[in-house]
Structure formats: C-alpha cells, structure tokens
Design a protein around this ligand. Structure first.
Ligand SMILES: Cc1cc2nc3c(=O)[nH]c(=O)nc-3n(C[C@H](O)[C@H](O)[C@H](O)COP(=O)(O)OP(=O)(O)OC[C@H]3O[C@@H](n4cnc5c(N)ncnc54)[C@H](O)[C@@H]3O)c2cc1C
Length: 384
C-alpha cells in the first residue's frame, strides 16, 4: 500500500507535495476504486452507496485521515491536506463530495467544540463513510430566523430529552447522527437559550421522512423527535452555547466549503466544452471569471482557517460568490448541451439535469442570499 509521507516530514510544503503526488499515484494504481466515485450513477441511493465505499477505501489507505488531529483518529496536518485531497480527486473525475460535504461543514466544529473522547469514537466512522451525519438546525418557521428555534431539550438524569420538528435536514435518510440545535432556555431566550446536541438517529422517538426534490432525489428530509434521550457527553461546548457552535458551523458552510464545492465546477465546465462553439465563448469566459473569484475568496478562507482564524461574517461574501458561480456554470452547461433540456436519458445527461435543477436552490442553504447580504450590511459594513 502506498503511504503519504505528509505528517512525517518536517517541511510542511514538502509534506503536502509528497501527499499530492502519492495520492495521484494511488488513484492511478486503483482504477476500480476510483470508478466507485467517477462512474455516472443517477440513482441517488446507489451513488451514496458507491461514494461510501470509496470513502472507506480512502480512509483505509490513510488519505482522508490527513488534515485531522491525531487525538481523534486523524494523522495530523491542516485543512490544506483536505483541500489537496479533493483537488486531486476532482482532477481524476470525481464529480463532487455529495453527502461528504458534511466533513467540511460539521466535522471541523465537532473537533473544535466536541468532547474529545466522543469525537475520537465517531470521527473515524465519519471519515470512512461508515456513519453519515446530518445537521438539524432549520424548522418550519425557523430558517432565516434561526434564533427562533422551538425544538426543546429538557434536562433529565445525566442528559436531555429532545422534542421537536426539523426540516430540510440534508442526507438524514442516510445519517446515523444529527447535530441538533435545541432550546434549553426559556421560549423567548432567542440565541442565548440554545444548546447543540448530537442525536443518535437510531434512538427510539426519531422519525425521518425524506422529501423528494424537483430533481428527483430525496436528499432532504423532515426529522421528528419525540422525547429522544441524549446523554450529556454528546453536547458540544456547554449548555446555552448552541449559538456559538452554530456560528462556527455556518462559517465553514458559507466559507471554507466553497473551496471544496467550486473545484468540481471547473471540471463540469471543462467536461462540456466539446459541445460549445464560439457563440458560447463570452458566457464561458464569464463563468470562468465567476469561478476565479470563488477561488480567490475561498483560498483566503482556507489559509485563515489553517492559521486558526475563524472567518466569521466574512464567510457571507464567499457564499454569495459560490452560489452565483454554481448557477453561472450550470446556465452555461444548459446553453451548450442540446440534450439537457430534451428527452435524452443517458446517465451523464440525467446527472447534469439533476445538477442544473439543484443549482436553482443553492441560494437558500446555509442562509439565503438575502441573509448573506444582511450579514454583510450589518456586521461588516456596520450599516444601520
Ligand atoms: C438544498 C438545501 C439544503 C439544506 N440543508 C439543510 C440542512 O442540512 N440542515 C438545516 O438545518 N437546514 C438546511 N436547509 C435549510 C436552509 O438553511 C433554510 O431553507 C434557509 O435558512 C432559509 O430558511 P426558510 O426556508 O425557512 O426560508 P425563510 O426564512 O422563510 O425565508 C423565505 C424568504 O424570505 C427571505 N427573508 C427572510 N427573512 C429575511 C430578512 N430578515 N431580510 C430579508 N429577507 C428575508 C429569505 O431570504 C427567503 O428568500 C437547506 C436548504 C436547502 C435549500
């Protein structure tokens, strides 16, 4: 088995260069493993299954353990290792992270705010695709106004019972764990009365109901909790610290995740250039320009994170740019691919159609475009 030398080399740049080239060599030597992630698989359940097996192979070979602390199952290094891993995979035709985006949304916060013994127990299964995670923040009536969350966590012996209703919880259908934002304070305590708890979705009292989207996949779900017991050791930070935990997560979901997501858009654009002619040059140029802006903003976020500086409200800029770029990429693909709007049903076209339809709703997850503009206006520009 090839092993990266990263983590054992004193010079971090050399370590990363070794990591990149050895991962590339491993991909070239493992075509069947790579095919698990690169073969076009429009059926979403099958795609999830293949991707989970692919993550298992990456974990067993050591690649996905870099970028995570040694005390919780990683092999050391920073987010730059993780960025490098997905960059190498994108250049080998892996089309996206799908449900493993949560490795870049939830896992950094689990490691930062979670109890070390619990995180050391669960992170290896997360990295290896054996256990999937979901994020239970939004509720009917509590999306943009997240501080109004009504799901409650009531204190019992050595823990809490959680009761409430979450919605739009991505990938809950596949998930074993859900990071839930619940109210432990009074009904009007707003952001001060929230606590972040990790709920085992196989517990009695949990009901996951998938929601089928316009693109035919059911990656979103409603999740109902009826007095679900959660031990205290599955709390992040402390009681009443849920808002701090949520903001840490959102800074990743709006900021650093952009690096991981936008890598694939370059390859989606490249993949369709064969269909294009000179009439499409101007729109292609604009789509590449949009992507370049994301690269610049997301790179800044990666470096800040690797240096231990949270992005805070500045992540809103990156999320705005990312959404515009995802839509411009898919608009261009729709313009050049004659099959996309028509009835042709190859696996490749079916996947491009799913991607196009999904790109219409990306301006909503992680906070809508209007809420990103609101954050920029109030928290960065200090407008009234
Ligand atoms: C693909 C996808 C994946 C998602 N995944 C998850 C997940 O895994 N976990 C999770 O918890 N949630 C998830 N969500 C939910 C998402 O976070 C919410 O949809 C989002 O925060 C908006 O909340 P809402 O749907 O309740 O809309 P609302 O808050 O009702 O907003 C409706 C409209 O009103 C506008 N609006 C609201 N308030 C203001 C204001 N003060 N100023 C200006 N405009 C305003 C909004 O911009 C929006 O256009 C996901 C959503 C999508 C689309």
């Amino acid at each position: 088995m090839l092993r990266p030398e990263a983590g054992t080399t004193a010079d971090p740049l050399l370590a990363l260069a070794n990591y990149r080239s050895e991962l590339g060599a491993w991909c070239d030597a493992s075509p069947e493993t790579l095919a698990l992630a690169t073969s076009p698989t429009p059926d979403y359940d099958d795609r999830v299954d293949h991707l989970r097996r692919f993550m298992g192979e990456l974990y067993d070979a050591g690649w996905s353990r870099y970028g995570w602390p040694t005390g919780v199952g990683g092999l050391g290094g920073t987010i730059i290792h993780r960025a490098t891993m997905w960059e190498v995979l994108a250049t080998r035709g892996v089309p996206g992270m799908a449900l493993f985006e949560h490795l870049e949304v939830l896992a950094p916060t689990l490691v930062h705010h979670g109890p070390t013994d619990f995180i050391a127990q669960v992170l290896p299964d997360f990295l290896s695709g054996r256990k999937v995670w979901s994020q239970g923040f939004s509720e009917p009536g509590s999306g943009s106004d997240l501080a109004s969350v009504r799901t409650t966590a009531t204190t019992v012996d050595d823990g809490y019972t959680v009761t409430g209703h979450k919605i739009w919880t991505s990938w809950s259908k596949y998930a074993s764990w859900c990071l839930v934002l619940a109210r432990t304070g009074s009904a009007d305590s707003r952001h001060r009365g929230l606590t972040a708890l990790v709920v085992d979705l196989e517990s009695p009292g949990v009901d996951v109901r998938p929601i089928t989207q316009a693109n035919g996949t059911d990656e979103l779900a409603e999740v109902f909790f009826d007095e679900v017991y959660v031990p205290s050791r599955r709390m992040l930070a402390g009681p009443g610290d849920g808002w701090r935990v949520a903001m840490h997560i959102l800074s990743h979901e709006r900021g650093t995740l952009a690096w991981f997501k936008h890598l694939f858009f370059y390859h989606h654009l490249h993949g369709c250039t064969d269909f294009a002619d000179t009439r499409h040059d101007s729109a292609l140029g604009n789509a590449f320009l949009d992507l370049t802006a994301v690269t610049a903003a997301a790179h800044k976020g990666l470096i800040a994170h690797a240096d231990g500086d949270p992005l805070g409200p500045h992540a809103a800029f990156t999320k705005l740019l990312l959404c515009e770029s995802e839509q411009a990429t898919n608009d261009w693909i729709l313009a050049v691919d004659p099959d996309l709007a028509g009835g042709i049903q190859t696996d490749e076209v079916a996947l491009r159609r799913q991607e196009y339809l999904f790109s219409r709703i990306v301006t909503v997850y992680g906070g809508s475009q209007q809420m990103q503009l609101d954050t920029i206006a109030k928290q960065i520009l200090q407008l009234p």
